[in-house]
Design a protein around this ligand. Structure first.
Ligand code: NAD
Ligand code: UDP
Length: 340
């Protein structure tokens, strides 16, 4: 079985390539390296002792996609390639609508031309906006709060229309909650380009003294300790969810949407405390005002994925904190080839 992974050298895509290879899928990757580096291939191959076929190509260029389909008999596509910073999307919506929507139109057009109709889409809990229904089930209405989230809502609507037009399509939409952690091998993880916005890379940078302190955005939310609560999921568990989703694609037609989360919420202070305890380091932090647009609480009801994909997250918050720190140290000690 041959699968094409777009954005397969990025954070979630690279971990998914490992799980796919370990489950005997043949993996082809297209990535334009806008937020990743080519050395990730070597590291994926080192972990799995298997090869991937790599195309340096841009989904904004239809020719790049056609070439991959001409040269390979693809059975299914996992589509990770996108831009992913909420902040940047507010400042530069054109980039986000172009890279997240136009590229997806190109990809699905080429897939139609080559009669490949199995597709997995990387969506996000961002599609739930600031819903107060917690835990969040897939039935909650979508209502994005920013251009990034809006590109995911549009992507999902597009897939829905596609399926209505031709029900030979088999589509799985995966709404990720908050992926953190890194591969246990210490060879793969997130390499944020520039200043990170997300909590875990900021914590690891404070721990490694790249950054002086962590700003905790608000301690006056209606939560146990007043800080924001999220559903953090280990990236390896998330990657394994994709293998279950591919298996679902191969068995059924239809469009199926799943939350990939643990179903448990942790506050910012709980994350900091667990990180300190597991790794025996200090995280210097300061409470500041709330960040605009942040919901107080956001965690998944993952029951549908458990029932229909027979998947659930297994790794603990301790695992996530330990693996994130191991990865940061690998970056810090220059064990890995550095970004460009
Ligand atoms: P990432 O930036 O690490 O990986 C994306 C990869 O796609 C990168 O390797 C980048 O070089 C590549 N890429 C981007 N635009 C491309 C294009 N036009 N053509 C070819 N390659 C391109 O991001 P990630 O964290 O691995 O996220 C993967 C997917 O999951 C994205 O769609 C993202 O929106 C979604 N998602 C991520 C999170 C998260 O917190 N990381 C949460 C929810 C959803
Ligand atoms: N957060 C924080 N300080 C930071 C970054 C994030 O206190 O520097 C908080 C944020 O308010 C939220 C949680 O950490 O409650 C997770 O934020 P992240 O940006 O990682 O994910 P998202 O908000 O997209 O769920």
């Amino acid at each position: 079985m041959k699968v094409l992974v777009t954005g397969g050298l990025g954070y979630i895509g690279s971990h998914t390539c490992v799980e796919l290879l370990q489950n005997n899928y043949e993996v082809i990757v297209i990535d334009n390296l806008s937020n990743s580096e080519v050395s990730v291939i070597t590291r994926i191959e080192k972990i799995t002792n298997k090869k991937i076929t790599f195309y340096k190509g841009d989904l904004l260029n239809k020719f790049d996609i056609q070439q991959v389909f001409q040269q390979n008999e693809i059975d299914a596509v996992l589509h990770f390639a996108a831009s992913k910073s909420v902040n940047e999307s507010v400042k530069n919506p054109v980039k986000y609508y172009k890279n997240n929507i136009s590229s997806m139109v190109n990809l699905l057009e080429v897939m139609e031309d080559f009669n490949v109709k199995k597709f997995i889409f990387s969506s996000s809990a961002a599609v739930y906006g600031s819903t107060t229904q917690q835990p969040i089930s897939e039935l909650v209405d979508t209502q994005a709060m920013n251009p990034y989230g809006q590109t995911k809502v549009i992507g999902e609507d597009f897939l829905n229309d596609l399926y209505i037009s031709d029900n030979e399509w088999s589509i799985v939409v995966l709404r990720y909650f908050n992926p953190i952690g890194a591969h246990e091998s210490g060879l793969l993880g997130e390499q944020p380009n520039g200043t990170p916005n997300n909590l875990m890379p900021l914590i690891t940078q404070v721990a490694s003294k790249k950054r002086r302190l962590l700003y905790v955005f608000g301690n006056d939310y209606n939560t146990t300790d007043g800080t924001g609560v999220r559903d953090y999921i280990h990236v390896v568990d998330l990657a394994k969810g994709h293998v279950s989703a591919v298996q679902k694609l191969l068995l059924t037609h239809g469009l199926h949407t799943y939350n990939l989360g643990t179903g448990e919420g942790y506050s910012v202070l709980e994350i900091i405390n667990t990180f300190e305890k597991v790794n025996n380091v200090n995280i210097h932090y300061e409470i500041v005002d709330r960040r605009a647009g942040d919901p107080a609480v956001c965690f998944a009801n993952p029951a549908k994925a458990k029932e229909e994909l027979e998947w659930s997250a297994e790794r603990t918050l301790e695992d996530m904190c330990r693996d994130s720190w191991q990865w940061e140290k690998a970056l810090e000690n220059n064990i890995l080839p550095s970004r460009k």
